[in-house]
Design a protein around this ligand. Structure first.
Ligand SMILES: O=C(O)CCC(=O)C(=O)O
Length: 211
């Protein structure tokens, strides 16, 4: 699939090579309730705009269609999936996966091993409210770590049983980790927007058997 890109780089993020910052105390945790939490580490990937452009060009993006009631509809974003034994499309993503595994080793007790990549081309691309509850996350606490590249989009979270929602604008190398019961007790979404937003890539690292 040929992907065209109309992307405004961040002035803060134009280092020639991408690299990872520290985790440790730079990671800020927000306790959501119901046993769920999110960690945020702004601008974890330095020089992320170059990485974004490389991934746009080199990842084998594909479009999916899915059944919705009596119709088959386009999934409004492009996707690419890397399993446990696949080489990731950029060495920096392998470094990121391993650094996250190291940082969360005590709490998670297992490594991150798969990577799902989503490409939101503009404000019409989106993902509806959902929790990632296919596999072990249906019953177990786990973590999903999201590295956001390109233009910021708002990742929204809301409790499944009702209540206020909260949102994080994620792009240009920001890290957000959903943990605890978050996939079972909360839902998350990137909603469509009529605002003129640029393209964004989300890289989600998950432990084995979580989808
Ligand atoms: O774009 C994101 O960061 C969220 C992606 C997501 O929720 C999913 O693919 O399940």
């Amino acid at each position: 699939m040929v992907v065209s890109i109309n992307f405004q780089a961040s002035l803060l993020d134009d280092a020639p090579y991408a690299s990872l910052g520290e985790l440790g105390p730079t990671v800020r945790r927000t306790v959501l309730g119901h046993g769920a939490w999110v960690d945020v580490r702004p601008h974890w990937v330095e020089g992320s705009d170059g990485l974004f452009s490389r991934l746009v060009e080199t990842v084998p993006w594909h479009a999916e269609r899915r059944q919705m009631y009596d119709r088959v509809v386009d999934v409004p974003r492009l996707l690419s999936w890397y399993g446990e034994y696949d080489v990731l499309p950029d060495p920096l993503l392998e470094q990121a996966r391993d650094a996250l595994g190291e940082h969360y080793r005590g709490e998670l007790g297992e490594p991150f091993c798969t990577a799902g990549l989503c490409y939101y081309r503009d404000g019409r691309d989106s993902v509806a409210w959902h929790g990632d509850t296919i596999g072990r996350s249906r019953h177990e606490n786990t973590m999903i770590a999201i590295v956001s590249l390109g233009a910021p989009r708002r990742l929204l979270l809301r409790p499944r049983d009702g209540g206020d929602r909260l949102g994080f604008a994620l792009g240009h190398g920001d890290l957000l980790v959903m943990g605890g019961s978050c996939q079972r007790t909360w839902e998350h979404a990137i909603l469509k927007t009529a605002q003129p937003v640029g393209p964004r890539i989300s890289v989600q690292f998950r432990p084995y058997g979580v989808a």
